[in-house]
Design a protein. Structure first.
Length: 276
């Protein structure tokens, strides 16, 4: 794997490494917090020759720069398996029970990501073998979940979306995140699988109706990989007056990848970095 010439790994402490663990794949970004021209993003899908854990290990060892001491190393789990627990119910010793109550097929290692802004915890899982491998071989990695990243961002970034009620649809990796907020307060969030072309409309209209959102006054934003779902957006515009694409602006310069290819959770990370 060849990195751009403007990335000097002999000074790895200047860069942030952001890894995303995807269903059946892996992506990562390297960027310099102080230089918007330094950015590299790569996504790969694993073949069936190896198990998921073996594929991750092989990738980390084949490209040993992953183990360098970066300024910040972040690992984002991209998965529909998570649950949210309000602070006044949360008990760290009961995390497994909270998670098992709402999610099937527990992978074994439950991680809690606290979102202080709205006083809740996002619980998610990862296989213990993979967790301990990454913890041992990467430099002080911080584990988070893509849903936690979205909640944290949209509950604090008042300059990105309109005030009031809004619903956000994020298309990515054959999944659909549907997040709804009211004045930066989370109303609901779910991640649905996209198996058929009709799935997004079914889920979106279901959430819209369940939350009694107003088709004339409330906002709907579409983002992520929407190129394959333009018919969905066209249909929504016929039923929801305030429908638009959400474009998060950052200072980062994307030279070797289209802006639309950058996942929303990574884009919010870049945006937050620009604000520091």
């Amino acid at each position: 794997m060849f990195l751009p010439e403007n990335i000097d790994l002999s000074s790895s402490e200047k860069y942030n490494l952001s890894i995303r663990l995807l269903p059946g794949g892996f992506s990562f970004a390297l960027y310099c917090p102080s230089d918007p021209e330094v950015f590299f993003y790569k996504e790969t899908t694993f073949r069936d020759h190896f198990s998921y854990n073996e594929s991750i290990k092989k990738l980390i060892f084949d490209y040993n720069f992953f183990t360098l001491p970066f300024h910040h190393t972040r690992i984002t789990i991209v998965s529909p398996k998570y649950t949210i627990v309000p602070d006044h119910f949360f008990d760290a010793e009961q995390s497994d029970k909270f998670f098992d109550f709402n999610v099937k097929d527990n992978e074994g290692k439950i991680i809690s990501d606290e979102i202080a802004e709205i006083k809740c915890h996002v619980l998610f899982d990862i296989g213990p073998e993979l967790y301990y491998f990454l913890s041992r071989n990467l430099c002080n990695p911080v584990f988070t979940h893509h849903a936690a990243t979205l909640i944290r961002f949209f509950s604090t970034s008042t300059d990105v979306v309109e005030d009031g009620k809004y619903c956000l649809a994020n298309f990515h990796n054959r999944m659909l995140d549907v997040c709804c907020f009211h004045k930066q307060q989370l109303l609901s969030i779910n991640t649905f699988p996209i198996e058929h072309s009709s799935d997004p409309l079914y889920y979106l209209f279901g959430v819209w109706e369940k939350l009694s959102l107003d088709q004339s006054n409330d906002m709907f934003y579409a983002c992520g990989d929407i190129s394959m779902h333009m018919e969905v957006l066209d249909t929504l515009k016929k039923h929801i007056r305030n429908t638009s694409k959400l474009d998060i602006q950052t200072n980062t310069i994307f030279r070797e990848v289209n802006r639309e290819q950058i996942p929303l959770d990574l884009m919010t990370e870049l945006y937050a970095n620009n604000k520091r």
